[in-house]
Design a protein. Sequence first.
Length: 561
Amino acid sequence: MRYSRLFVPTLRDDPADAEVVSHKLLLRAGFIRRVTSGVYDYLPTGLRVLRKIEAVVREEMDRAGAQELLMPMVQPSELWEKSGRMEKYGPELLRFKDRHGHESCLGPTHEEVICDLVSRELRSYKQLPMNLYQIQGKFRDEIRPRFGLMRGREFVMKDAYSFHADGASLTAEYKNMFDTYCRIFTRLGLKFRPVEADTGSIGGNNSHEFHVLAESGEDLIAHCTACEYAANVEKAESGRNLPQCVVADITEVKTPNVSSAEDVSAFLSVDIALLVKTLIYRAVGGERDGEVVAACVRGDDQLQEIKLAHAIGADSVEMATDAEIEAIGGVTGFVGPKGLGCKVLMDQSLTGALGLVAGANRRDTHLTGMDVERDLDAVEFCDLRETRAGDKCKRCDGTMELSRGIEVGHVFELGTRYAEPMEVMFQDHNGKRAVATMGCYGIGVSRLMAAIVEQCNDDAGIAWPADLAPFQVSLVTMGKSDEVNEASEMIYRQLQDSGIDVLWDDRNERPGVKFKDAELIGLPLQIVIGDRGLADGVAEIGLRKGERKSVPLADTVSEAA
Ligand code: ATP
Ligand code: MG
Ligand code: MG
Ligand code: MG
């Protein structure tokens, strides 16, 4: 490609509205442009990088035995009714009607569509296992799209869905995908960490997220300094919890506006209200009538609790001490002007006495009558590093450390959560009809582009890993003589013939401008052809921002390869 023909609108200065470095640089280097909130154009250089990332993902997925297909972005709402997710998914699902009044939505994920497809074609256990994937545009009407490609509304995802005759087969494929993800992120040159994760709204059993480590990451992840244990903070178990405790939840609390202990009681059954109230007030050290309080135990779910406390408008968050937690057996509860959220951790006997359900350590179960997603997103992260770092690991004697991460991949053992309602059935080896067992595996392909830039940049611009750069070589012509132009064109052709992606800067610009642009765009190798070198029959070759050396013109291409 000749630079003079390339559509790459670079900017001298950082765009005012970009907060994180990847967003700034992708705009400045002319890779992307914003169309509307959370929706972007990929310009030619941007698309080249996106395609190269996709190629790595595709190669490794194919190698792992998965098969690529392509599903539509538009999905009929009936499928979502059938899976039971139409209501659950919330406002991130963009719904619309076509001219015939038919309800549809834009796919934020494809469990429904793939299940519908497979349910119609699957006959026998002999067809299983099967792993199908696509690389495709998704749409999620994110409440706060931000950081450019990091959190878009329209974005590119690789999503894979595996189908199995039994749990053992699913577990094997889950491991296969886990290993494949490690290979993909390693090949992309990323510093990353797989962590245990909650299964969240998608449902299912086992789950891991893959996080690229970066200060700008929106997620907090915890890892042990001594052993392998790592988890996102919603999931991480600090080992500080009382070992005999179970988590119980009081979920159906319809309290849009409570601000006092009296209001709380009105909405809770008497016994539970009394217990919760007592525990809350004990945790914060005494009754505080009429005042907004928030009590929060340091438990396995601390960040979540603090976010919730803020979300319901609590004006203070008080952390119970270890001794207090020991004394009360554990409690978390909040009362705020916008609502009430409570979750009680207590010992088995108390739980039994109250008949509460265990295992409700989940996001959407805390509050009713409010949009948890929306209100949580409006809450700033509290800095928990000081309070949480140093917690004991639940697996060993080590201590936990916190870091920030960008979620670039997520794998789930779904079990029959979708296959059952969507009727994905097959005949097993006894001739009986059985429900398929499923896994699903996502990678944020366009988010990866931003995550790579977060890790690979310097003051001059983007330092793409060699395999991902839009062009491998920047060929810079220095001078205007016919000789330099002819020599440049010759080297340009030779590079192209050798299959090397080359950007020939043939513009009538000063060398300084050309080098600056090549460094901003992030091309790994530079070849410079100038009058002085040419007189000695040499070109200069060197890495981006590195020293250049002279090589005979005839050897330039082999040197670059
Ligand atoms: P997040 O927690 O960041 O909202 P998620 O957990 O909702 O992501 P998944 O449903 O697990 O996302 O989707 C699989 C992958 O798709 C994620 O791991 C992430 O890399 C990517 N992804 C999700 N939402 C977005 C988005 N709004 N913009 C870009 N990539 C996204
Ligand atoms: Mg999300
Ligand atoms: Mg997530
Ligand atoms: Mg996820």
